[in-house]
Design a protein around this ligand. Structure first.
Ligand SMILES: Nc1nc2c(ncn2[C@@H]2O[C@H](COP(=O)(O)OP(=O)(O)OP(=O)(O)O)[C@@H](O)[C@H]2O)c(=O)[nH]1
Ligand SMILES: [Mg+2]
Length: 204
């Protein structure tokens, strides 16, 4: 898919204040600092559409970006960020949970996982939460340039093996690097497919 336009629309503190749910929407979620904002920039060929930072906890609100005037990308705050107060963290968790469950035009969630690490409890718990809420999702293993390919492959396989213990079907997965600009085409191809399905369902 060719990206010809991308625009920041709004940052919302809850799902009620998000744009009208009339276009297909894709949300990016994962641990703080995993590379959500960087991946969004990679997808839309921008260096600064979504704000990135070396300091975890940069993204605090639900950020909508309109792509090709036809679909939304949503940058969400990361989970598991220890440096914010418990009250603030609970508030963000509720905001994310409510958004994921209530947002009617949400087509798919991209759950980002740092490819440098073996399976982490916090990510597996988030996967279970998505399952419980019946929210469709894919896995994206990020920062693959930071480790050798063998380690990345091992970490990906280990995560999928953990999921296989409780899941009958495994989600689609992607391996990306915002630095080497890899994984972009496959993710965009999937989004394009899902955009078509969204329009077909709207008609029927
Ligand atoms: N080497 C490498 N660094 C990356 C990659 N993706 C992100 N980073 C770096 O990781 C840091 C965090 O990236 P962000 O995109 O801001 O992460 P985030 O998940 O949006 O973080 P929060 O909004 O704080 O939750 C930044 O310093 C990025 O430059 C990647 O694929 N490779
Ligand atoms: Mg971010």
């Amino acid at each position: 898919m060719n990206i010809h336009s991308s625009a920041y629309i709004i940052s919302s503190p809850d799902h009620h204040q998000c744009p009208a749910p009339d276009k297909p929407e894709y949300a990016f979620i994962g641990r703080s600092n995993v590379g959500k904002s960087s991946l969004i920039n990679l997808l839309v060929n921008s260096t600064r559409l979504a704000k990135t930072s070396e300091t975890p906890g940069k993204t605090r609100l639900i950020n909508h970006f309109l792509i090709n005037e036809a679909w939304y990308l949503v940058d969400l705050p990361g989970y598991g960020f220890a440096k914010v107060s418990l009250t603030e963290r609970k508030k963000m968790e509720k905001m994310i949970g409510d958004y994921l469950r209530e947002r009617e035009n949400l087509v798919n969630v991209f759950l980002l996982i740092d490819s440098r690490h073996s399976p982490q409890k916090i990510d597996l718990e988030f996967v279970d939460r998505l399952g419980k809420w019946k929210i469709p999702f894919c896995l994206v293993f990020t920062k693959s340039d930071k480790e050798n390919q063998r380690t990345v492959n091992q970490n990906v396989s280990a995560f999928l093996a953990k999921m296989r213990e409780t899941w009958q079907f495994l989600p689609q997965h992607f391996v990306t690097s915002a630095v080497k600009r890899t994984g972009r085409d496959k993710i965009l191809a999937l989004i394009q497919e899902m955009n078509v399905e969204f329009e077909e369902e709207k008609k029927s």
